[in-house]
Design a protein around this ligand. Structure first.
Ligand code: SF4
Length: 509
């Protein structure tokens, strides 16, 4: 049983898998956005509070909405969800008191706008014949439209426009008897990238897609021999609750955490991992360790590799804060050029929801970044950033650095050119808006206004990750936004139906 009343069903929206309404954009819109973070706790007296802390540590993975579902010892589920940051929704003692129990799951979302927004906030909850079931999902399903069409024909009534609701309906109609078998049945029908946490009366469940595109880690809470486990998108969320890192959930693995301990189910056989390489470049928090590799060190190694590949004489190496900082440190150390904070980021701008006009984007850059003139005046500057998406922010930052008196500006990017959209849970603009899909290097340098521009090569990126280079036959990571080689079929996008395409955007949860 759930204590919250479900939202009303909108039958018009029930035919839509993904909300294609225009997005309201943030002031740092010229970046790809991680779509979601997930967190789950099994057996802790402060389950909901720990979940709120975990979500707070994962705030960088989604800032538009947050939700927690808890399970009390009497088998009742409790829910609180809202638009905004974790702190906006879970700092009130009354709210937290309304989330009792020793198990809970939570979700941060980079959400869509409009009246559908709250309905799409996760975790999603449903009552089944076996009892209550809540699920939270990070990633994006690539056959959600096809599945949803079939499910709607069978009479399923969708209450949200998020692709994650497909999981709920597939579990509902499964003929298997146990919850785990029903989940396996559902997962075998979906395509795409998913890391999910789910909660039912007997267990906390975690699952990763067969290629392990999105991250999920297991941790153990101190002082709990039998239970006391957590699942999280990143290790930084384990650190904040004092949990010890146990291991990454493997690609294609389902973990069942109950009072007997942790059990692993691997229904998909062995697959090669294709973890998202962009997690190392930009998405993950630098203090996280992803797939056994510290993100901060990796970013510094990428910067060093970039310096070896595209050296240029200069007086200072300046990061575009904050995400360019570790790569710039690695670049500066390798190039033996002083590292300086020539651009200062204002951390107190606040999150302004703004319309995506060029004029407002321009203002957004100035609100967030200012030039440190004494560092830049009269200098030859190497600017290091993690990616170029539309190029609008880069252009404004270069202009600002020149106005501060830099005599030369060279831009170095710690990712290869982003030439393709992500369909696996990262919000990137469509290809026509990606600068690197429309222009060659020379044109990009001219548009951005730099004296030279260089991106790290794909092989260089793989070398920074400890590989000899990119194995074209068997790449170790998902790198589709740089190569266009999508390892998971894009079933919904391969249907030529005009109506279908108009409803689909590469949007995840
Ligand atoms: Fe990550 Fe790019 Fe693959 Fe998306 S397409 S999962 S951003 S590497």
């Amino acid at each position: 049983m759930m204590t919250d009343a479900p939202d009303a069903i909108d039958h018009d929206d029930a035919s839509r898998v993904l909300d294609a309404s225009p997005r309201v954009l943030m002031d740092d819109d010229d970046k790809p956005h991680e779509e979601c973070g997930v967190f789950g706790v099994w057996r802790s007296t402060d389950a909901a509070a720990l979940t709120a802390l975990g979500l707070h540590a994962l705030q960088h993975r989604g800032q538009e909405a947050a939700g927690i579902v808890s399970l009390d010892d009497g088998g009742l589920f409790h829910s609180h969800k809202g638009l905004g940051l974790v702190g906006d929704n879970f700092s009130d003692a009354k709210v937290m008191a309304g989330l009792p129990g020793r198990a809970s799951i939570g979700h941060n979302r980079y959400a869509t706008t409009g009246e559908t927004a709250l309905r799409n906030v996760q975790p999603l909850y449903a009552d089944f014949e076996f009892g209550g079931f809540a699920v939270a999902h990070n990633g994006n399903l690539t056959n959600a439209y096809a599945l949803k069409r079939a499910l709607v024909r069978r009479g399923c009534l969708f209450q949200s426009t998020t692709d994650s609701e497909v999981f709920v309906h597939l579990i509902a109609i499964s003929l298997y008897s146990t919850v785990v078998d029903r989940l396996i049945d559902a997962l075998k029908q979906v395509q795409g990238a998913y890391s999910l946490v789910a909660l039912h009366n007997g267990a906390l469940l975690g699952a990763r897609d067969p290629l392990g595109v999105r991250p999920l880690v297991l941790g153990r809470l101190p002082g709990h021999a039998g239970g006391g486990h957590v699942l999280a998108s990143e290790t930084c969320a384990l650190d904040i609750v004092g949990a010890e890192f146990v291991r990454d959930i493997e690609p294609g693995e389902i973990v069942v955490i109950d009072d007997a301990g942790v059990r692993s189910v691997k229904p998909f056989g062995r697959h090669e991992s294709r973890f998202c390489i962009f997690e190392y470049i930009y998405f993950s928090r630098p203090d996280s360790v992803s797939e056994g590799t510290p993100v901060y060190d990796t970013r510094k190694r990428i910067g060093a590799e970039l310096a070896r590949e595209s050296h240029v004489s200069a007086d200072v190496v300046v990061p575009v804060p904050d995400s360019g900082v570790p790569a710039a440190m690695g670049y500066a150390a390798e190039a033996k050029i002083p590292f300086e904070l020539g651009i200062i980021r204002n951390h107190y701008v606040g999150r302004t929801f703004i319309e995506p006009t060029d004029q407002i984007r321009h203002l957004g850059v100035k609100l967030k970044h200012s030039a440190n003139k004494p560092i830049l005046a009269g200098k030859r500057v190497i600017l290091v950033d993690d990616s170029i998406v539309r190029g609008t922010t880069s252009r404004k930052i270069v202009e600002m650095v020149r106005q501060a008196g830099a005599t030369e500006v060279h831009m170095r990017i710690s990712s290869p050119p982003t030439t393709h959209s992500c369909y696996y849970g990262i919000d990137t603009p469509e290809r026509s808006q990606l600068m690197a899909a429309r222009h060659d290097l020379e044109e990009m340098a001219r548009i951005i206004g730099v004296d030279s521009l260089a991106f790290i090569s794909l092989d260089g990126l793989y070398r920074a990750l400890g590989k000899p280079g990119r194995d074209a036959k068997k790449p170790a990571y998902c790198d589709a936004c740089f190569t266009g080689e999508y390892a998971i079929p894009l079933t919904d996008w391969q249907d030529n139906s005009e109506k279908q395409l108009s409803l689909l955007q590469p949007v995840g949860t």
